[in-house]
Design a protein around this ligand. Structure first.
Ligand code: SF4
Length: 339
């Protein structure tokens, strides 16, 4: 990685780990430690924000999305370049970096001591921070190692690497971001490097549909830009056949502030209305939950019978026997304990 880029990341609160990974404390992790609430993934699925590591195993991505917070100086690449770090080192050093970044909380007498103790023993990894974590050639080994340590894994990809999705053997929940409902808008919003970006998106959704474990399609709604062509979105969603659909408001943060006006940032009601209209095209899905502070709405498959939470014990029991965890086997009606 370019040294200047690494320095600028550190200034923004990231910690670079090894040759290609990074950690950054999520605002919701701070909020949870401060007793100010947890993220929507806590409300929707049972993720405990104060025990979550927000990280990536690759800082490069194959898009220059205009809705991304990383800015146009972030590295882009069509394939993996350079060294491949050992999964064990990535995990150990990422946890160390996380604890180190949260050291300041220890001096704060108002913080619940139990939360601090739990924070030092992370139980969730959000592999999503920046770049494309799924392109790390040893992603399966890392994910397996996390599952062995009883750390759940949320893996996020922007659908430009269908072979990497195909190769991914297990995850607690796999996300594919769909930033636009059609080819013209996808090119405008994601500014992809690959000329065959549309085929890649479609192939990625095809691979997503074959996964037996929990899957989710995430839509980031930019008011007045990609909140159109619901039929286009529903066709893509049907192709990916995810268990969950998250419709989330675009946040006008970082470099995207130069490209968008405040009005492009929809409020919660706008996102909810969008999700309701989309739901009409997708009768196999139903409204499941919403989180107003993040302006996110969750739709889920009716066939899951409202079991949106993750049964972590069950998941690790299956995953650690090297079996493929199937959605229904580790989905629960109520928030489950974190092992
Ligand atoms: S799941 Fe995502 S939003 Fe929630 S605490 Fe982890 S990184 Fe933050």
């Amino acid at each position: 990685m370019d040294k200047n880029y690494a320095k600028s990341l550190e200034k923004q609160g990231y910690r670079v780990v090894g040759n290609h990974s990074a950690v950054k404390i999520c605002n919701w992790t701070r909020n949870a430690l401060n007793g100010k609430g947890s993220c929507y993934k806590c409300k929707f699925y049972g993720i405990r924000s104060h025990r979550c590591i927000q990280m990536t195993t690759s800082m490069s991505c194959a898009n220059r999305c205009i809705i991304c917070w990383r800015g146009d100086k972030a590295p882009v690449s069509k394939k993996w370049k350079g060294k491949i770090d050992n999964p064990k080192n990535i995990l150990t050093d990422s946890i160390k970096a996380q604890i180190n970044l949260l050291q300041g909380f220890k001096g704060n007498k108002n913080i619940n001591k139990n939360l601090l103790i739990e924070m030092e023993n992370p139980k969730h990894a959000a592999l999503s921070l920046i770049g494309e974590p799924i392109t790390y050639p040893k992603i399966n080994e890392l994910v397996n190692l996390m599952h062995k340590k009883r750390i759940s894994t949320f893996v996020v990809t922007n659908a430009q690497f269908p072979k990497a999705i195909k190769k991914l053997k297990s995850a607690t929940q796999l996300y594919v971001s769909v930033d636009a409902p059609n080819k013209v808008l996808l090119k405008k919003i994601d500014k992809p490097l690959f000329p065959d970006f549309w085929q890649r998106l479609n192939k990625s959704l095809n691979e997503l549909s074959k996964k037996k474990f929990r899957t989710c399609i995430r839509l980031t709604i930019v008011k007045g830009i990609n909140d159109v062509d619901l039929k286009g979105y529903s066709n893509l969603i049907r192709k990916g056949n995810p268990d969950f659909i998250e419709a989330k408001a675009f946040m006008r943060l970082g470099p995207s502030r130069k490209l968008f006006v405040w009005d492009n940032m929809p409020n919660h009601e706008y996102v909810k209305n969008f999700a309701k209209r989309l739901n009409k095209y997708l009768p196999k899905y139903e409204f499941a939950a919403e989180h107003k502070p993040s302006s996110v709405v969750l739709l889920m498959k009716k066939s899951l019978k409202k079991k949106r939470f993750i049964d972590f014990e069950k998941f690790f029991e299956i995953a650690n026997k090297n079996k493929i965890p199937e959605t229904k086997r580790y989905s629960a009606l109520k928030m489950a304990k974190v092992p």
